[in-house]
Ligand binder design. Structure first.
Ligand code: ATP
Ligand code: MG
Length: 199
């Protein structure tokens, strides 16, 4: 058989397999996605989904479990151009530097309160909980409560969680888990973090 015919046959076989998989996907509901791993690309992927959802006029909520001073392009854009997007950042009170554990926990719990609200509000199509995993790793939030909130969210709502680690309970409850693996990172070669790329 020549190369073209061989390629055609392989493609036909692949298409049949894909068609079969598509046909067997008969559930219509929101999906939960965990983006984890040590490589770059977790939060930026989550914000890629924010843009996708906004393209279809969907309602989007973003809660970021990060310190407030880290201004990012996505924050500027959402605040200036997308007033309909709900955006909350842990910001105030969060003090990695001072090691003030109890105020960290207060800030984490307050932020989780906003996340919980979104996870019970069926008007939100997409909810992003950026860097949530660290709150579980530090045991600032109760894992069972987080897992149950994700499990019991509105049927049509999708949720994206980001951050390294995440733990087995979170991995189990979500539909999709992707691990971004670091092969190399510019930072290690001494290149400064870049506006529009890194933040
Ligand atoms: P991004 O927001 O770029 O998608 P991320 O969410 O996957 O990155 P985080 O751990 O949240 O990764 O880190 C955010 C910041 O740290 C970004 O500026 C990113 O470029 C940088 N970063 C991510 N991964 C690495 C790495 N392996 N080494 C050094 N810096 C990193
Ligand atoms: Mg991130």
């Amino acid at each position: 058989m020549d190369k073209d015919a061989k390629h055609k046959r392989a493609m036909e076989k692949q298409k049949a397999q894909v068609d079969k998989t598509i046909a067997s996907a008969n559930q219509e509901r929101g999906v939960s996605v965990l983006l984890t791993g040590n490589g770059k690309g977790k939060s930026s992927s989550a914000f890629g989904m924010v843009i996708r959802a906004l393209g279809y006029g969907q309602k989007v909520g973003v809660v970021q479990f990060i310190k407030g001073e880290q201004l990012s392009g996505e924050e500027i854009y959402l605040r200036e151009k997308c007033p309909d997007v709900f955006l909350y950042q842990m910001a105030t009170g969060f003090t990695w530097d001072t090691q003030d554990r109890s105020s960290d926990i207060d800030a984490a719990k307050k932020t989780w309160g906003y996340a919980k609200k979104l996870l019970t509000d069926a008007s939100f199509d997409l909810v992003v909980l950026d860097e949530l995993t660290y709150m579980l790793a530090y045991q600032y939030l109760d894992e069972d409560e987080v897992v149950n909130a994700i499990k019991n969210r509105p049927h049509q709502q999708s949720v994206v969680l980001t951050g390294r680690g995440g733990g087995s309970a979170l991995r189990e409850v979500v539909d999709t888990v992707s691990e971004v693996k670091e092969i190399k990172h510019a930072f290690r070669a001494g290149i400064q973090a870049r506006k529009g790329v890194d933040y």
